[in-house]
Ligand binder design. Structure first.
Ligand code: EPU
Length: 338
């Protein structure tokens, strides 16, 4: 596959070297439609980026790389205890979480400090510390790449699952998300049962409120996960695998201490634990490595996408051999030669 003159290395948090045939940043709907018309005329597929924190460029792409950068937050309705917000896709996710906390719009505290934009959040149904985005999404507004038509998807239309949505499936690379409507609550309902969060909040005199949860999540992430500004990474590189209950029981017998979490369809295993058990925490590839502090995060030290995917493959093979389960890559991967 051939790329082009546009350097993509600064557009993703992994900073992998790659080029695209063309790129555009557009800040409003007319400019977006113009860019989509250009791509149609040039016969180029479109790859949409936010802050590039969940994307791997494994090689060059013969495509238009597009960022929709519109910002803005509007309160659509305040109805008793609930508040409905419309937030433009280009807003920075953590800034929105902090703003909601200030205003007393509750629900998103556990999702503090997740890198990326508001428009990217529904794609992988971001989740952390016992909370997922999905229940707070009222609607997703988008523009169809094929013809520039505006679409509105309800929460049900989005087909949210664990680190999954229609935007990674049937609508992958088919729409540009332009805004998200959120429904939040004025009455705080802190979710504190995720083990590391519960431990961080333990020993307090009073029951934790939303700000305590926000602060604890920020501290946990800072302590455990590498900052993409200094250590190029895309967060968790694999999904946590879900296995049926019989398999989970068998694994728990064979490996006492194996972390397992309740999940639809069985139990979720901790991919980071599985990878660490296979001896990969801190392991190195060619200019890429497994983060020494968290085995689920792959980092770049100047290597390229091929080296990163080669390391990922070694990890997948080792975990499959030892535990009999397949790790699925979580970020979106582009630029793999056919
Ligand atoms: N663990 C290890 N070794 C490691 C890493 C983890 O033994 O190197 C163990 C931990 O001790 C713990 C278990 O694995 O018992 C789970 O670890 P952790 O709480 O760090 O969470 P995770 O399952 O590895 C998931 C999300 C993260 C999210 C955290 C906190 C996925 C793919 N990842 O990680 O999301 O921040 O939970 O809720 O679900 C992301 O998606 O990019 C991301 C960072």
């Amino acid at each position: 596959m051939t790329g082009g003159a546009e350097d993509l290395s600064a557009l993703t948090t992994l900073r992998l070297p790659a080029t695209a045939r063309a790129r555009r940043d557009v800040a409003d709907l007319p400019a977006l439609r113009q860019a989509l018309a250009f791509a149609r005329t040039a016969g180029l597929p479109v790859i949409v980026l936010g802050e590039g924190s969940n994307v791997v460029f494994a090689g060059d792409v013969d495509a238009l790389v597009l960022r929709y950068t519109a910002t803005g937050r509007t309160v659509l309705a305040e109805d008793g205890d609930s508040v409905t917000l419309r937030v433009a896709a280009g807003e920075h996710w953590h800034t929105l979480v902090a703003w909601c906390l200030e205003r007393g719009y509750h629900g998103l505290e556990n999702l503090a400090l997740i890198p990326g934009t508001v428009g990217a959040a529904p794609i992988q149904n971001i989740g952390a510390y016992g909370v997922e985005l999905a229940p707070f999404v009222q609607a997703v507004h988008a523009v169809r790449i094929a013809d520039g038509e505006a679409l509105t998807l309800s929460r049900a239309d989005c087909a949210f699952g664990y680190r999954d949505s229609i935007f990674k499936g049937a609508l992958r690379d088919a729409v540009v998300i332009t805004a998200v409507d959120f429904r939040l609550q004025r009455t705080p309902a802190p979710v504190t049962d995720y083990p590391s969060l519960r431990d961080a909040l333990a020993g307090r005199a009073a029951a934790p409120g939303p700000r305590d949860v926000f602060d604890a999540v920020v501290a946990l992430r800072r302590a455990r996960l590498p900052d993409p500004a200094t250590t190029p990474n895309a967060g968790s590189f694999f999904k946590n695998p879900v296995v049926d209950t019989a398999t989970a029981d068998r694994l728990a017998d064979a490996y006492p201490g194996m972390p397992q979490f309740a999940a639809a369809g069985g139990r979720k295993l901790a991919a980071g634990w599985l990878i660490e058990q296979c001896g990969f925490r801190g392991a190195e590839g060619e200019g890429v490595a497994v983060h020494p502090g968290h085995a689920l995060v792959l980092i770049s030290r100047g290597g390229d996408g091929r080296a990163l995917l080669a390391l990922a493959q070694r990890i997948q093979d080792a975990v499959a051999d030892r535990f009999g389960c397949r790790l699925e890559i979580e970020p979106r991967v582009y630029g793999v030669a056919a």
